[in-house]
Design a protein around this ligand. Structure first.
Ligand code: NAD
Length: 241
């Protein structure tokens, strides 16, 4: 199995795509730390799986990142894989979005992913291997009206991925970004139903279709792949961006 004996952290792992990433990693042999702020849901998921543990982690909390990574290392072992998946969305255009919402989106989606890498990468560099998958969005390749904070955060994740991949190049640590289109999760289903039919493939994506890309990038099959951006969007961005 591709992740036999490996240790992974998945943020926002309690539900939606994060939960399918957790299930996919466990199914392929990984021991997984499910990190989220939805304690009941995350605990139930971890209880159901053989090698998963739940940790309360608000990704914006720098001190908590340090204590969770320490706890994961003590219980599951050194971290081989980090999936920065936690994210939030508040609709709002440049005129309507409150500055507080704009800041909060950047804090969770962008700063949260930075804090994850900042905390985990020194250990990966020391051990000479590791993989980070940062979840951006099709919105990190293009833009959409009414998504000023979300689009800014997801372009930030895409750019930060490239800078971090170069910082770590030659260390044995790879960092890539994944760009889902409209996916069937609580967040994806908040988009208007017309959007689903407008997709070139005329359907919404399933979380497992994103998980397969995340697992490819997190594992050794992607051994020569770093700083890349990987669409799982049913063709949504063709001809844009
Ligand atoms: P979701 O809302 O179902 O799940 C997001 C998870 O992140 C939840 O479990 C939530 O509790 C957690 N989370 C939110 N804030 C957090 C915080 N501060 N600390 C820790 N955890 C936190 O959404 P999803 O669709 O599964 O989204 C997963 C990722 O995929 C997000 O980064 C999202 O932006 C991205 N994405 C989603 C879609 C889509 O259509 N669903 C498309 C492109 C990108």
């Amino acid at each position: 199995m591709r992740f036999d004996g490996r240790v992974a952290i998945v943020t926002g792992g309690a539900r939606g795509m994060g939960a399918t990433h957790v299930r996919g990693l466990v199914a392929e042999g990984a021991r997984v730390a499910v990190c989220d702020i939805l304690d009941e849901v995350g605990e139930a998921l971890a209880d159901e799986l053989p090698h998963a543990r739940y940790h309360h982690l608000d990704v914006t909390d720098e001190a908590r990142w340090r204590s969770v990574v320490r706890a994961v290392e003590n219980t599951l072992g050194p971290v081989d894989v980090l999936v920065n998946n936690a994210g939030i969305m508040h609709f709002g255009g440049v005129e309507e979005q409150s500055p507080a919402h704009f800041r909060r989106i950047l804090d969770v989606n962008l700063v949260g992913a930075f804090l994850g890498m900042h905390t985990v990468l020194p250990g990966m560099r020391e051990r000479g291997h590791g993989a980070v998958v940062n979840v951006s969005s099709a919105a990190g390749m293009t833009g959409f009206a009414g998504g000023i904070g979300y689009v800014a955060s997801k372009w930030g994740v895409r750019g930060m991925t490239k800078a971090a991949a170069l910082d770590m190049a030659g260390s044995g640590v790879r960092i890539n970004s994944v760009h889902p289109g409209v996916i069937r999760t609580p967040m994806g289903e908040s988009a208007s139903p017309e959007l689903f039919a407008q997709q070139p493939v005329a359907r919404i994506g399933e979380p497992e279709e994103v998980t397969r890309m995340v697992l490819f990038l997190a594992g050794d099959d992607a051994s020569y792949t770093t700083g890349g951006e990987f669409l799982v969007d049913g063709g949504q961005t063709i001809g844009q961006g």
